[in-house]
Design a protein around this ligand. Sequence first.
Ligand SMILES: [Zn+2]
Length: 391
Amino acid sequence: MGLELLFMLLPIAALSGWAIGRRGASGVEPQQRISQNYFRGLNYILEEQPDKAIDLFVQLTELDSDTVEVHFALGNLFRSRGEVERAIRIHQNLIARPTLTRSQRNQALLELGRDYMTAGLLDRAEGIFQQLLADSQHKQIALGQLVQIYQQEKEWERAINIARQLDENAPQPRATLLSHFHCELAEQAAHQGDVERALKLCRRALVEAKENVRANLLIAELYMERDDLGAALKALHQVEAQEPAHLLDALPLLVEVHARMGQEGELDSYLRQLLRRHPDTALSLALTRRLAHHTGMEAASGFLEGYLQEHPTLHGIACYLDLLSHAQPSDAPEQTRLQLLRELTARLVEATPKYSCRRCGFSGKSLHWQCPSCKGWDTIRPGIALDTPQH
Ligand SMILES: [Zn+2]
């Protein structure tokens, strides 16, 4: 444990020593005291006694810009190692120093706010970041942290007010955040049975970011609740222009709307059109299954053969083998080999995730509008890792 801290403190010790050497024997008391204390601090750290080291550092009366940096480095190191209480002690001690510049004091406040975030003390963190909004140097970071807090607390109105002030350097585009926060409010309204307000919030979400598929899926669900199937279908048809990768997520609603309208055939031809414009394995398999169910095995394998010749993929082949094995009589001599091939491809297919985050690589079996790992909004797409269509 001692070594990382040691390397951080060595330059300070060396600097102090250099100052002593340069000034000679007279008038060096303050510097010498710092130097001796830092060496004692180093010893405590090497002896795995970080609390004694902290006691010593916080007692130092003289702080110059170099020693302030060491306090920051120590505090952040403790936080990154999960020793939040130690980090809080160091940062609180810094803030209490009357000699800090305004910028140093605000930096210390920011770090203390981050300590509170790490410790899960969101109320205290919120107070600090609200205070830092008045400081132009730290404002954007404080806004980003406040957005995180309000997201965690699901205070979407507040999150919207804060996110509006983010500039274009924010890690996530402001429009994406605002759009999804409006969707969150829309879901709350829908949950409370206020369909009109929910629809209004969804439309607002589309004004913030017109490519937000989630808003259209919500709109479709809300209209379906009202039995306005035509309006639901119109919203679902927007998905193609927004993000074809999300067509798969619109499919269950498309199926339901068409079934309720009694227009199953229309959906099949719509899916064929979509597949011509946006080849997609999962969608092609969905159509194959529909054809097998409605029209028969011949039509299903005929369609899939044609599609696979254009866009061969592992999932497609697995599905094709599945169809073939159903078509063969169970006592046919080739059936055993076909079964083996089918099982092997099925195993390969099972091992691949259905959804993945384009930002952090998180993968899973269901769609999240906010990545559970990196907390990015709208970063997850359906997609089968091994199945990039080949042209
Ligand atoms: Zn992610």
